[in-house]
Ligand binder design. Structure first.
Ligand code: 13P
Ligand code: SF4
Length: 338
């Protein structure tokens, strides 16, 4: 049996103080580019590439991106671009989305292992089986899913347009919402539309707890709280606003309070600090950590981005049948949320 030192054996974990939330005061000014960032920009120019980055990417990647945004904004940007290469700094399903609307362009992802727990929770074969057993279902798929799942959906949505999309489904159709049960529940509560919810969740967002959020609120009294809809109902219930990462920027601009608590992946704070420079942002903690990072989003690094531009890979490839089938519900979303 493993013998622990006496001091460790008598440590009562319930008395270990919970970590204080990370606090980000206003930036002193613009951050100068590093040598590696300059190298990336030069490689990007030579490759006629566009760099699209999600709000959760690390600060140095956001600093060289042509566009930083949420899944919806990134899907529109991907559909608009004329660059021959798209380097997608985000997770795999986001790069796949860019490929779905750009079959003729090269789409690169700095780390092909950058997946998503939500996307993993809904294998296409299981969804196909549920559809076969329930032929009348209208499938609304949150964009956080594989291309093969998108190919089985009636329409795609993001956290920025989910309520609007669900409201467009005829009232006599029963909806199956995949794969995020928390987002689905939030949409159902907002729209009054009953839906079947796929039992998936984001491993990172469900780590926020009411206890940890109440602790942040107690340390920053009066600071308004924004939360992503992938958080649990108990956490959403403590927030002043629940919205997509893009809408968090507009929300932060509207607040009079100098300090705001942000309950989502902590990369979001880089974007907020740049675009809402007069505020102090508090990253909502979890029970174990003073902020919350998505391990998949953080697999991309500036060095991998440089290598990916230099080597022309790793590249996203899709079976053409799946791509073409996935493009239909994806274009439908882009049309419905104009
Ligand atoms: P947004 O669409 O709000 O950016 O969210 C994407 C995501 O992966 C949240 O975990
Ligand atoms: Fe997926 Fe969650 Fe990471 Fe977003 S934060 S990419 S939903 S695992």
């Amino acid at each position: 049996m493993l013998r622990l030192p006496k001091a460790v054996r008598f440590l009562n974990l319930t008395t270990v103080p919970a970590p204080a939330p990370a606090v980000f005061p206003p930036l002193p000014g613009p951050t100068p580019l590093s040598d590696l960032q300059r190298e990336v920009l030069e490689l990007k120019r030579k490759a006629d590439a566009v760099i699209l980055a999600h709000n959760y990417q690390c600060e140095d990647i956001q600093g060289v991106a042509d566009f930083v945004g949420d899944s919806l904004g990134l899907a529109y940007k991907a559909a608009e671009t004329r660059a021959s290469t798209i380097v997608f700094c985000g997770v795999h399903f986001m790069a796949e989305t860019a490929k779905i609307v750009n079959p003729g362009r090269r789409v690169l992802l700095p780390d092909l292992e950058a997946g998503c727990s939500l996307a993993d929770s809904c294998p296409a074969e299981r969804l196909a089986q549920v559809k076969a057993e329930n032929p009348g279902l209208a499938v609304v798929a949150y964009i956080n899913c594989s291309a093969a799942v998108k190919a089985l959906a009636d329409v795609i949505c993001t956290s920025g347009n989910a309520s609007r999309i669900v409201e467009r489904i005829p009232a006599d159709r029963e909806i199956l919402f995949v794969p995020d049960q928390n987002l689905g529940q939030w949409v159902s509560q907002r729209t009054g539309r009953r839906m079947r919810l796929w039992p998936g969740s984001c491993y990172a967002h469900v780590q926020f707890t009411p206890t940890a959020l109440l602790r942040a609120k107690a340390l920053h009294p009066g600071a308004p709280v924004v939360a992503h809809p992938e958080c649990t109902e108990a956490v959403r219930g403590l927030a002043d606003e629940v919205c997509s990462t893009e809408l968090m920027v507009a929300w932060a601009r509207r607040q009079v309070s100098p300090t705001l608590i942000v309950t989502t992946e902590s990369g979001m704070i880089h974007r907020l600090r740049r675009e809402v420079p007069d505020k102090t942002f508090v990253a909502a903690p979890t029970d174990r950590c003073s902020c919350n990072e998505c391990r998949y989003m953080k697999m991309n690094t500036l060095a991998k981005l440089r290598d990916c531009l230099a080597n022309g890979g790793p590249e996203i490839t899709l079976d053409e049948g799946i791509r073409a089938a996935a493009e239909v519900p994806l274009r439908r979303m882009l049309e419905w949320s104009k």
